[in-house]
Design a binder for this molecule. Structure first.
Ligand SMILES: [Zn+2]
Ligand SMILES: [Zn+2]
Length: 244
């Protein structure tokens, strides 16, 4: 095998670049196919060509769901949660024209949990560089100061064939100077708003599921007095009288 051998993409058959394309467990993808994958997919190298084919088919189906998606409300500002209440669907993205990035769409039932994750750190900022000793003058040490920064993330666990967890940054650049940063409150509010909306969505979906699964209760029929299980029309199973 010569070093100039061109290889083909195992998904679409197209030529892959001289650098050999994007590797998967048992093959390779061209960059066009790799671009279509979900940004939440954990390491591509863990997947086989067949799995990637399935994944890209699912992504194409997702694109159709995105096209049909009609947002009824949103939460957040930069990172935005879009909710389609009629369909019980949602997705998160920073893209203004979300159709172009094909964000993974989830159902309310797929939400396992959501919480705000605040990263706090410090970094050392150099105010004045150190000056080495020169011409008999002593060295001057650098002037530095410690800068505190915060980043707000939403951490969402989902039950989905290709996505387990999303950790998405709410603020665009790290918030230096702590709580006093002008964007701190906004980032905190956005993160909270997104998490609350998802939590409520999940709770409503779970309540509905439980209500459906709950066995119907026997009631005393006001017409015939029998202990009866009302039929789907709410009628007594013995005398057919309407109950409640
Ligand atoms: Zn390809
Ligand atoms: Zn009855």
């Amino acid at each position: 095998m010569g070093i100039f051998d061109r290889k083909n993409c195992d998904i679409c058959g197209g030529k892959v670049g001289l650098l050999g394309g994007k590797k998967v467990k048992d093959g390779r993808l061209c960059s066009d196919c790799a671009k279509k994958q979900s940004p939440y997919l954990s390491s591509r190298k863990n997947f086989t060509v067949d799995e990637m084919k399935q994944h890209l088919e699912d992504r194409a189906a997702n694109q159709e769901v995105v096209k049909a998606f009609e947002p009824t409300r949103t939460a957040g500002s930069s990172l935005k949660l879009y909710i389609d209440d009629a369909r019980g669907l949602w997705f998160l993205t920073k893209a203004k024209r979300y159709q172009e990035v094909n964000p993974d769409v989830f159902t309310a039932e797929q939400i396992l949990g959501a919480r705000v994750d605040i990263e706090k750190g410090t970094r050392v900022e150099t105010l004045e560089k150190a000056v080495p000793a020169k011409d008999g003058k002593p060295a001057v040490p650098a002037k530095t100061k410690e800068v505190i920064y915060h980043n707000f993330y939403v951490l969402i666990d989902v039950s989905h064939p290709w996505v387990n967890q999303m950790r998405l940054q709410v603020n665009n650049s790290s918030l230096e100077g702590g709580v006093s940063h002008p964007d701190y409150k906004e980032a905190e509010r956005d993160a909270r708003e997104i998490v609350d909306a998802l939590t409520v969505m999940r709770d409503v979906a779970m309540d509905e599921k439980q209500a459906k699964a709950k066995p119907k209760q026997r009631v005393k029929c006001p017409h015939c007095g029998a202990s009866t299980m009302p039929d789907e029309n709410g009628a007594c199973e013995y005398c057919m009288g309407m109950i409640g």
